[in-house]
Design a protein around this ligand. Structure first.
Ligand SMILES: C[S@@+](CC[C@H](N)C(=O)[O-])C[C@H]1O[C@@H](n2cnc3c(N)ncnc32)[C@H](O)[C@@H]1O
Length: 477
């Protein structure tokens, strides 16, 4: 078996093997900026879930009783939690620990486990999240909206040729890899990899790390992480990049987590001895998956220069006065129709693209030399707050309404049977004037609705509505 090759380098081989014979316990990470942990735990425990806090990382809980998949709860649907392996929740700390980072880049971001975590740990900062895969970018987009990440700018971009010219405080390369650390979930990952695949992967990983080193400012930090144990994809990759960059040092991590050091040699190859400061977290260490992680720092000190995001995305070609009109109409709708006090929107910015109006808290925007359309394309900027609708009109999205939540005065609370009818595609009679409303269930805002001629219908996208229907069905009455 493939893993046998690590027998000689892993002192606790038996423990590791034993851990790998059982599935890893499921873990979730909460978002204290969205809802206090105590509230989320109380709600889950009322449905029969049992959760145990881990000593580290914070806000990560092991699910010890799961009456139905936790990813199908209403709390998940509302974006109060993310199902994430506990070991993967170390990576955001490895990147940000002890830094004053303001702008971080997640070069391989989808589906967003680490991006959403970085954004939570950098409430005043901006996270730029890039990926190449169309399918995975869609998953990233939906996770960013679900968990209401207002400080994330997401881009379609190839990390190997990510535009230069901006200097990030911190760059994460969570590289595509052979995923041996996921063996507890899928033993097929332990099949021997064809040599050509291994070489292709390590070339890709090296190109991504090389780019990351060029994208970080002097004094900034790069973290390289994989979920595999293969030294060809870990120490060997970092070793080659270190050899080319005398201005890079390896920084020890000081997180309170058991691990073994990076390898000094493997299969007759010697690696830079500084790689002993890399971490190998095996499945038995955290009763989770596997992780290789190393933190590099670029010598020097230099502040990063960033522009502010523009009101109109350059590719939208919308005159500024038209953009202002769209923002004014949106603001009126939020304050007058939904009844939100204007101070709730203080400090937030808008961005107009062809189809959407985004509400965000991103303070950094690619510099002028990043020509849109060349090497990068905007996927999202904070919350997709309004969508084009009808003849030049725009309507509030359910993402916006859900994020505004309790700040909305004009709520229409519907009973369970009314929700069933709405989610089955029917309208429900209501005594409200025509216009947009926030629809709630047991006082909690679920999404946007539209009242016309005394009938309301929901404006929740079809797939989300289907998930909500399931979540409400699974929930105890
Ligand atoms: C290990 S996964 C990232 C997981 C993600 N960081 C998370 O925590 O949810 C690696 C990602 O790299 C992306 N990827 C592959 N090649 C890439 C490239 N050249 N540039 C940017 N991303 C790439 C894949 O699409 C995949 O989403």
């Amino acid at each position: 078996m493939l893993w046998d090759r690590y027998r000689g380098v892993l002192p606790e081989w038996e423990l590791c093997e034993a851990a790998c014979r059982t599935p890893a316990p499921k873990t979730i990470r909460t978002f204290p900026s969205r809802r206090p942990d105590a509230e989320v735990l109380r709600r889950l425990s009322a449905q029969g879930f049992a959760l145990e806090a881990l000593p580290f990382p914070p806000h990560v809980y092991r699910v010890t009783n799961e009456p139905f998949p936790i990813g199908r709860t209403l709390e998940h649907w509302l974006g109060y939690l993310y199902v994430q392996e506990s070991v993967m929740a170390l990576v955001a700390y490895a990147l940000l620990e002890g830094t004053q980072a303001r702008v971080a880049l997640d070069l391989c971001a989808a589906p967003g486990g680490k991006t959403t975590h970085l954004s939570e740990l950098l409430p005043e900062g901006t996270v730029v999240a890039a990926d190449t895969s169309e399918r995975r970018l869609r998953a990233l987009g939906s996770n960013l909206q679900r968990t209401a990440r207002l400080n994330v700018l997401s881009l379609r971009a190839d990390g190997r040729s990510f535009p230069l010219g901006a200097a990030f405080d911190a760059v994460l390369v969570d590289a595509p890899c052979s995923a041996e650390g996921n063996a507890r979930e899928d033993p097929r990952v332990l099949r021997d990899l064809p040599e050509a695949t291994r070489r292709r992967l390590s070339r890709l990983q090296e190109a991504l790390l090389r780019r990351a080193v060029r994208l970080v400012r002097p004094g900034g930090v790069v973290v390289y992480a994989t979920c595999t144990f293969a030294p060809e994809e870990n120490e060997a990759v970092v070793d080659r990049v270190l050899a080319e960059h005398p201005d890079l040092s390896v920084e020890p991590l000081s997180l309170p987590v058991p691990h073994t050091p990076g390898l000094a040699e493997f299969g007759g190859r010697r690696y830079d001895p500084r790689l002993r400061d890399a971490w190998r977290v095996y499945p038995h260490h955290l009763d989770s998956g596997g992780l290789f992680v190393v933190r590099l720092r670029r010598a020097g000190v230099e502040g990063a220069q960033w522009a502010s995001p523009p009101l109109v995305h350059p590719s939208a070609r919308i005159p500024e006065n038209e953009a202002y009109r769209r923002v004014e109409r949106a603001l009126r709708l939020v304050t007058d129709d939904l009844g939100v006090a204007p101070h709730h929107l203080q400090g937030l910015r808008w961005m107009v693209t062809g189809k959407h109006l985004w509400l965000h808290r991103c303070s950094a925007w690619p510099p002028a030399q990043w020509e849109p359309g060349q090497r990068w394309e905007l996927v999202g900027c904070g919350l997709r707050a309004f969508a084009r609708w009808g003849r030049g009109e725009q309507r509030p999205t359910s993402w916006l309404v859900q994020w505004l939540g309790d700040r909305i005065q004009n709520r229409l609370d519907l009973h369970r049977d009314q929700w069933d009818r709405l989610l089955a595609g029917q309208t429900v009679p209501v005594s409200r004037p025509s216009g947009f409303v926030a629809l709630s269930f047991q006082g909690e805002v679920m999404g946007a609705g539209l009242v016309r001629a005394g009938q309301v219908r929901h404006l929740i996208p079809a797939e989300r509505a289907q998930q909500l229907r399931e979540a409400l069905t699974l929930r105890a009455p």
